[in-house]
Design a protein around this ligand. Structure first.
Ligand code: ACO
Length: 337
């Protein structure tokens, strides 16, 4: 149904890319004191991918983007905007413009968006605003992270959880129908300390009374139990709010597509929403938590496997550092009249 803005959003094509190097739970037990049994039973993860020295956030994002553009069947020059959702750009000034250049999106403006594991959901809503206002017609949205570069590989409570990857979708203006049916975004800075990748520095005196602070970003710290509790409480709530805005209920949903942080979180959320496990999209066993990449990566695999079909209704939810969390309800694909 058309809303007052007159232009709707279609999610037209997807792509993804992961590093070639696999790191299994068994191999991880040679790095830290852990076991396949502990990791699988607590998280559902069996292996993850780790970017090699030749790979980068940009190289994975470019591969994922090329596949998404091909699937969306639009010329790359037709892309108006590139949004890169990431917390781990190759360059802190941003990597989106470089990726846009490397995929040949020569007419696009590009910027990075940081909302940790919620980045892809926040990016989808951001992209939709540009489309709904009629400013842009074609937006390439990438979710990508290489957290292997930012974990403490001696901290078993975090290093076993994360993996690297990239996923992308093309969002298009659609004058006939709006397929972004509802959304809800949230953040809570009071809980910022529960999950950090923070800058730490030392004082460098410059001149009298003027000191700079020089340092670096420190590896991820996480209060796992707190984040777990937060996710299980807030994700069903935010999905329910997004469903309400879409004038739908959970039973109208074909697929539940959650940030792949922990299989137990996905199971608990599905249970709260009374959705059967067959409707839960999960690839956490193969990739672990790939942060902003996890939703588009799982979506792309489900589309290419023929599970998700044009017109299917998807409830997607991201949650993580910030803290941030959000949900989008959308219909997949563009050719369903
Ligand atoms: N191998 C073996 N033992 C371990 C490991 C490990 N890799 N890691 C921790 N342990 C031990 C702990 O030391 C602890 O031992 P103790 O009881 O002797 O102190 C024990 O296992 C239990 O630890 P818990 O933290 O209670 O384990 P829990 O069942 O809570 O699982 C986990 C931990 C998997 C991290 C869970 O809390 C979780 O998934 N939290 C949510 C994480 C998340 O969703 N993050 C998403 C956001 S990510 C982002 O935004 C970037």
């Amino acid at each position: 149904m058309l809303k007052q803005f007159g232009v709707g959003v279609a999610i037209a094509g997807s792509g993804s890319a992961t590093p070639t190097a696999k790191l299994t739970n068994e191999q991880l037990s040679q790095v830290v004191e852990t076991s396949d049994e502990w990791i699988q039973s607590r998280t559902g993860m069996r292996e993850r991918r780790v970017a090699t020295v030749e790979e980068s956030l940009c190289s994975l994002s470019v591969q994922a983007s090329q596949k998404a553009i091909e699937a969306a069947q639009i010329p790359k020059e037709a892309i108006d905007l590139v949004i890169l959702a990431t917390s781990t750009p190759d360059d802190l000034f941003g990597s989106a413009a470089k990726i846009a250049h490397q995929v040949g999106a020569t007419h696009a403006v590009a910027f990075d968006l940081t909302a940790a594991c919620s980045g892809f959901v926040f990016g989808m809503v951001t992209a939709a605003q540009y489309i709904r206002t009629g400013v842009y017609q074609n937006v390439l949205l990438i979710g990508a992270d290489v957290l292997s570069r930012w974990v403490d590989w001696s901290d078993r409570s975090t290093c076993v959880l994360f993996g690297d990857g990239a996923g992308a979708v093309v969002l298009r203006a659609d004058e006939t129908r709006d397929r972004l049916l509802g959304f809800e975004l949230c953040s809570d800075g009071t809980q910022n300390h529960t999950l950090t990748l923070a800058f730490q520095g030392e004082t460098k005196p410059l001149v009298d009374e003027v000191n700079a602070k020089l340092g670096n970003y420190q590896p991820i710290t996480m209060n796992g139990r707190e984040v777990y509790r937060f996710a299980v409480a807030k994700v069903p709530e935010v999905i329910s709010k997004a469903l309400f805005r879409a004038n739908l209920t959970a039973s109208d949903i074909d697929w539940l597509l959650l940030h792949q942080a922990n299989q137990r979180i996905m199971d608990a959320v599905a249970q709260r929403l009374k959705l059967p496990s067959e409707k839960v999209i999960s690839n956490i066993a193969k990739y672990g938590n790939t942060s902003a990449a996890s939703i588009p990566l799982a979506l792309d695999e489900a589309v290419r496997d023929g599970k998700v079909k044009v017109g299917d209704r998807i409830a997607a939810s991201g949650f993580g550092a910030g803290l941030t969390w959000g949900a989008v309800i959308f219909e997949w694909g563009i050719n369903n009249g």
